[in-house]
Design a protein around this ligand. Structure first.
Ligand SMILES: NC(=O)c1ccc[n+]([C@@H]2O[C@H](COP(=O)([O-])OP(=O)(O)OC[C@H]3O[C@@H](n4cnc5c(N)ncnc54)[C@H](OP(=O)(O)O)[C@@H]3O)[C@@H](O)[C@H]2O)c1
Length: 265
């Protein structure tokens, strides 16, 4: 990625200690964009910052009010304004609804929705860079397009993220702010191992063929390209575009039942 390609003077990426978030940070700093990297695991962030002076680690738990407040304060720092916010931190807990502990169901809503809304609000309330232009990239999922039995709460959080992002994109369009929802499909990262850890009957996606998977770097690259181009919804990868496009053509009930069959395997 060429250094002159991006319009951003700075960025902040949540969930930067692994997977797609780490790929965002690596791509941004390789393109010369100073980037704040947010996550809980300080050792991972230190590793990411090693040899990359443009990375600014910020350790914060986004489940925690104090953690969110630290990130919000960084977004509000007038001396070091943030042009691009990437709300990427998120997790899923797979398994039948009742087999996943209620706390984990609620934590998905807290991180995937509440933290994302809270940081988006902080970013838009901040003065931002001098030219007033700002970008917000929210990481959603193809799961947000279809109700997903055995990932019911996760898919609902991502439906929220996509809907929220689309509405906000229209609301702020005239304010030189661009908002984009990135909707990846199966992506190689730590996500699936974590998702399977909440129920003995989890394992979604683990048996999917190799061609169904994308790398975190390809997904992050598609997200950066999309938000820069002013696109509002980005589905990376031809397979994912085919699936979401096909699903949209089905009647609601058929779509739901098909998802249930896939999820039962
Ligand atoms: N992988 C997929 O197939 C896939 C598909 C569609 C969408 N997505 C979405 O892509 C995003 C990134 O996921 P990924 O695949 O890259 O998974 P990942 O490798 O598990 O990364 C998740 C990141 O979120 C951070 N995080 C988790 N809980 C946090 C908390 N309470 N506070 C702050 N940071 C927290 C983790 O860091 P710490 O643990 O260090 O805090 C980690 O850096 C998520 O929103 C996910 O829903 C993933």
């Amino acid at each position: 990625m060429a250094a002159s390609r991006h319009p951003w003077s700075s960025a902040l990426v949540t969930g930067a200690s692994s997977g797609i978030g780490q790929a965002f940070v690596e791509l941004l700093v390789a393109a010369g964009v100073p980037t704040v990297a947010v996550a809980r695991r300080a050792d991972r962030l230190a590793g990411l910052a090693e040899g990359r002076p443009l990375v600014e680690p910020l350790v914060a738990d986004l489940h925690d009010e104090a953690g969110r407040a630290r990130v919000a304060a960084r977004l509000a720092d007038v001396e070091r304004p943030i042009a691009l916010l990437v709300n990427n931190a998120g997790f899923g807990a797979t398994g039948s609804f009742a087999s996943v502990p209620a706390a984990a169901q609620l934590e998905q809503i807290d991180l995937n929705c509440s933290a994302l809304v809270s940081l988006t609000h902080a970013a838009l309330a901040a003065p931002g860079p001098g030219d007033g232009r700002r970008w917000i990239l929210n990481v959603s999922s193809v799961a947000g397009f279809v109700p997903s039995p055995r990932a019911a709460v996760y898919a609902a959080t991502k439906a929220f993220v996509t809907s929220f992002s689309e509405a906000l994109a229209e609301e702020v369009r005239s304010d030189a702010v661009r908002v984009c929802a990135l909707c990846p499909g199966l992506t190689r990262s730590e996500f699936h191992a974590r998702a399977a850890g909440y129920s003995e009957r989890a394992g979604l996606g683990s048996d999917a063929p190799g061609w169904a998977w994308m790398t975190a770097e390809a997904v992050a690259e598609a997200g950066l390209r999309g938000v820069e181009a002013g696109r509002v919804v980005v589905v990376p990868g031809a397979v994912n575009r085919l699936l979401t496009g096909g699903a949209a053509l089905l009647p609601r009930g058929a779509r739901r039942r098909l998802a249930a069959r896939v999820r039962r395997r």
